[in-house]
Design a protein around this ligand. Structure first.
Ligand SMILES: Cc1cc2nc3c(=O)[nH]c(=O)nc-3n(C[C@H](O)[C@H](O)[C@H](O)COP(=O)(O)O)c2cc1C
Length: 185
């Protein structure tokens, strides 16, 4: 084994597209921020977390609106993801720049992303500050899966081809191996 400097080397992380909406004096500004430092936090109710570096434009919007959308893009959207991650929502309309289409969330006031197989609607519960980052814990209040990625009334993950983040690189998943706890069946 080679001992490296301490490093958070959890791989792979998912690539997600978090969507936010700023309403200000009658104007509406929608934005997309790619995030990979994300996690499931709890079930019943379902909670997720996202981690943003402090002072990010999208973080400021979430602090005001108290909710956000979270979409899971397929690997075919990699270029659009990268564009959204290298531009800033206070300067650029990323929906237009990336050529992504919206549909409206049902329970909260945010745009969701039509091209993404999975979209969740999330209501902010709490913010936990760390050194350079903040973790936003949020309740999932609605989940949408594009019918093209469903089979037998369930999401068909073999059709989704999610995009992964591996220490600064984009990867895709390989193939399905087994069902959880297959060794005890
Ligand atoms: C694949 C990918 C994953 C990213 N993950 C994170 C993350 O977890 N947290 C974070 O603060 N920034 C992350 N970023 C960087 C932000 O997406 C980037 O700074 C973005 O331009 C900020 O958008 P905004 O200025 O519109 O808020 C990621 C970027 C990419 C492309």
């Amino acid at each position: 084994m080679v001992q490296l400097e301490p490093k958070n080397l959890i791989i792979p992380l998912p690539v997600t597209l978090v969507t936010v909406r700023l309403r200000d004096n009658g104007s509406v500004k929608d934005n997309i921020i790619p995030l990979s430092w994300v996690n499931n936090l709890d079930s019943d109710p379902d909670l997720v977390s996202i981690v943003l570096s402090k002072d990010k434009y999208s973080g400021k919007v979430i602090k005001k609106s108290r909710h956000f959308g979270m979409a899971i893009p397929g690997a075919s959207l990699m270029e659009k993801v990268d564009l959204c991650g290298s531009t800033h929502g206070d300067q650029v309309d990323k929906f237009k720049a990336a050529g992504l289409s919206t549909f409206e969330a049902k329970a909260i006031d945010v745009p969701l992303i039509l091209e993404c197989p999975i979209n969740m609607e999330c209501v902010l519960e709490q913010i936990y500050p760390f050194g350079g980052h903040e973790m936003y814990a949020a309740k999932v209040v609605a989940t949408h899966v594009d019918e093209r990625f469903m089979a037998d009334s369930k999401p068909d993950f073999s059709k989704i081809d999610p995009l992964c983040f591996v220490d600064g690189q984009y990867w895709t998943l390989g193939k399905k191996m087994e069902e959880l706890f297959f060794t005890s069946k």
